[in-house]
Design a binder for this molecule. Sequence first.
Ligand code: GLU
Length: 484
Amino acid sequence: MTDVRLRVAPSPTGDPHVGTAYVSLFCLAFVRQQGGQFVLRLEDTDRARFRDDSEQQIYDMLHWLSLDWDEGPDKGGPYAPYRQSERLETYRPHVDKLVADGRAYYCWCTPDRLQEMREDQQKRKVPTGYDRLCYGKTREERAELPGASDAAVVRMLIPDDVSLVFDDVIRGEVHAPRPDDQVILKADGFPTYHLAVVVDDHLMGITHVVRGEEWISSTPKHLLLFDWLGWDRPAFAHMPLLRNTDKSKISKRKNPAARLTWFREVGYLPEALVNFLDLLGYSLPSGEEIFTFAEMSASFDWSRVNTVGPVFDLDKLGWLNGHYLRALAEDDLVRRMLPFLQTAGLLGAEATPEQRAALAAAVPLIQTRMALLTEAPGLLRFLLVEEDDFVVDPAAAEKSLVGAEPVLTAAVTALEPVETWDTEHIQAALDAALLDGGLGLKRGKAYAPIRAAVCGSSVSPPLPESLALLGKDRTLRRLRAAGV
Ligand code: GLU
């Protein structure tokens, strides 16, 4: 039995699309279950949309999600090269064969002529599609007619009886619309996606083509090419399109969540995103919603993949993120927070051992309070900030410090004599001075000015714990500075 070989084939045209991770995840679940190989191929023949930094971003984001490939441009492999732009000479002989066999033909129509043709078809309300003006003509014959250019493209000659039905691993029998005479070689000599994908899937021994639902309409053309070139057809699995909550297709222009880098920037954990993407297309037989990639892979079955466009519900992702954040070991959470604290300027490029120790001590206070890693700087600023840089947020000052001198004075007086500077003693001293038996305040009211003065904000981890972490000197200094 041959190993299964699956591939993901992103085009490096900008920030990696969330669909690249989605497809990779499902490919990998199957490959790891079956013991086959997963290939990363870069479909970079669209030179107009090519972006230089995109390739590295694709690697970074897939690594971030631990979606690792066995063969690819960076790793090499038995079917290298894995960048289509480095395989250009591979495609041409297949085009020549298709032309020689009468399966494809040259077309010299200029873009203007094609545009006019389409407009005319629309006006006449007939189906749009290439009208085969060039079919059966030599270059000289065609040059006699208007709208001819010097450089030719090559088009498939789609037969009248093309089969529009195929078997999909996820969907069963699928009916696709009739294709146009697809261009397979562009005037610049680059193959189009449709030719390159078929040639490469064949030459790379791909057994299952897994891709988004938007490619269903192209599959009949691809099947024709496999047949015409005398190659075995791979299996096809079309994943449901990811949709916005209004059911529209998720696109990078309209929704930041279509960009993989966005999830890392706003502080989601990769394991939460992987679980979320799993859930968008898959459910475990047990119905359990929180599961790892390994669990999904072990139970993987194409028949369990959803075909109904899954809705990208960020509330669900937030819920999963909270779960995974709470499950992290202390030092792991510290490690994950570091880049966010560095970006916020609270830590240098290297956290000092003291800073790391302070963070580790703070983790139990914030772990259950965070929904996203980007909240870490706000929660920890009071602890990490250089004393000279400490300022009280003006909104918090306005809300809680105006007229609060009696509370602040009482707090200083109560805290000065505390010798054992821990949560328990701090709380006992503050409560005795500020609640019943002292100023007679409720705890929330009593703590608000202290929180503003010492933490600089209206939200902080629990107050006595925060003061314990901050230390007596800094606590008293800030209380005094706030107006005592
Ligand atoms: N380059 C195509 C894309 O980025 C790949 C489609 C396919 O997997 O066949 O969507």
